[in-house]
Design a protein around this ligand. Structure first.
Ligand code: PMP
Length: 438
């Protein structure tokens, strides 16, 4: 098979209408020409580079997304024109840096539709946000015999902090099982909302399966049972419109680098009433109002949870990234990615010996799979030789891999800049894997 030949489904799969010349035309779904994909791609100059002599095909955005020029320019402008510490100096640069940092907080507040800016805490990422909730919210409140409820598809970031908490408090972890498609087993979930259950920590979107969990419904049931809910939004935020008030999430965590922003910056949203009752997780500068050797009074929200010099440029860059995707429109991004996911799912289904892991009804653009011939790491290495970047491994979700009886999967993950050409390249690359392993 020619490398990078366009995928065209067989007539029995595509069932085109009479006269339709392509699959996209046949089913009326968007294809690469529906939106200004070429324009979007130009916003990401890294996509023009070559890897091992081939054009880069970047299919690893669930690990980290590429950054648009708008974000890179904003970071450069900040460092070249403004750089100073925040909340400290009486001088102009410090005032400007503080202003930009606090405007970034307002931007995140608006993006999540949080009620108040005090509910937005800047942290390093999802991992730090979850640890903060485990230590500041849960640790003083959880008693021996209490239960923390997770799902079988959580990332290690949403498992290990709760295991540490259980060791510290004598609480126990409970896990909601999932079905073979990678969806929550609803009856088991409701049965686990017992009077012992104190907190539910659930991912909105699985990084290894792409499953979109019905978190709004889960939160409603959890609240009816008196259970506080933390939502891990790391994989949801680049793909779905998130409204923390509509969800009624108690805590919501995400990372900037998965949503076209810088690494090292993320957000914890928490309901004000809960945050007000919490003591800090870390001590240091900026989180205090008064310190003596006898006693420290903590600062007001949100600064109480932002000890030390924050990632100022990161927060500003994150706000720019959120502006960038809001400018395109999350609905358009979702439509484009959904069409691409369907295209990719059908294309991969035609490869003999390939098994898709994660076939939920409600999914975002993640294609996780194993192949009969080759180990996931071999697939990753062979594709890399062709300039195609995917992730191979356990995706920081070892219990999930065990659930599906695999040690690792190969994962192609989609972002707004991906095209059908990228999927065609992936399919051609996988045929090359088969050829090499036959
Ligand atoms: N949760 C999920 C679902 C993730 O995909 C990730 C990142 N792979 C994390 C949490 C952790 O994010 P970070 O490493 O940015 O803290």
């Amino acid at each position: 098979m020619n490398l990078r030949q366009p995928f065209s489904p067989s007539p029995s799969q595509a069932k085109p209408k009479a006269g339709a010349s392509s699959y996209a035309e046949a089913d009326g779904r968007p294809d690469d020409s529906t939106f200004d994909l070429a324009g979007w791609r130009q916003d990401f100059p890294i996509l023009n580079r070559q890897v091992h002599g081939s054009p880069l095909i970047y299919l690893d955005s669930a690990a980290t997304s590429q950054k648009p020029l708008a974000v890179v320019d904003r970071l450069q402008q900040y460092y070249l024109q403004t750089n100073a510490n925040v909340h400290r100096g009486a001088h102009t640069l410090s005032e400007e840096a503080t202003f930009a940092y606090e405007v970034a907080r307002d931007r995140v507040q608006a993006f999540l539709n949080a009620r108040q800016r005090e509910e937005i805490i800047f942290v390093r990422g999802t991992t730090e946000a979850i640890n903060l909730v485990a230590q500041s919210y849960a640790r003083p409140r959880i008693k021996p015999g209490d239960e923390i409820l997770l799902t079988a598809m959580e990332h290690h970031s949403n498992i290990v902090p709760w295991q540490i908490l259980c060791q510290q408090t004598g609480a126990q972890l409970r896990v909601v099982p999932i079905n073979d498609a990678g969806e929550i087993e609803w009856q088991a979930f409701t049965a686990l909302l017992t009077p012992h259950c104190r907190l539910l920590a659930v991912t909105q979107v699985s990084n290894a399966l792409g499953t979109v969990n019905p978190v709004a419904e889960m939160i409603t049931l959890a609240h009816d049972a008196g259970v506080v809910v933390l939502v891990d939004g790391a994989q949801a935020i680049p793909h779905l419109q998130v409204d923390v008030q509509a969800l009624d999430a108690d805590f919501y965590a995400f990372s900037g680098h998965k949503v076209y922003g810088p690494t090292g910056i993320g957000v914890l949203y928490g309901k004000r009433a809960l945050l007000e009752e919490m003591d800090p997780y870390q001590g240091g500068g900026d989180m205090i109002s008064r310190v003596s050797f006898e006693k420290t009074d903590y600062n007001v929200l949100p600064y109480r949870f932002e000890a030390g010099t924050p990632h100022i440029a990161g927060a500003i860059g994150l706000a720019t990234a959120l502006d960038y995707i809001a400018g395109i429109g999350l609905n358009r991004i979702a439509l484009h990615e959904r069409a691409l996911l369907d295209y990719g799912t059908q294309a991969l289904a035609m490869i003999e010996g390939l098994r898709l892991i994660g076939t939920a009804q409600n999914k975002v653009g993640i294609l996780s799979f194993v192949m009969a011939e080759a180990h996931a790491h071999d697939i990753g290495t062979i594709l890399d030789q062709q300039g195609i970047a995917i992730r191979a491994g356990h995706h920081c979700a070892m219990p999930l891999m065990e659930r599906f009886g695999v040690a690792a999967t190969a994962r192609a993950s989609l972002a707004l800049y991906n095209s059908r050409t990228d999927i065609d390249a992936l399919v051609a690359g996988l045929h090359e894997v088969q050829r090499l392993f036959h």
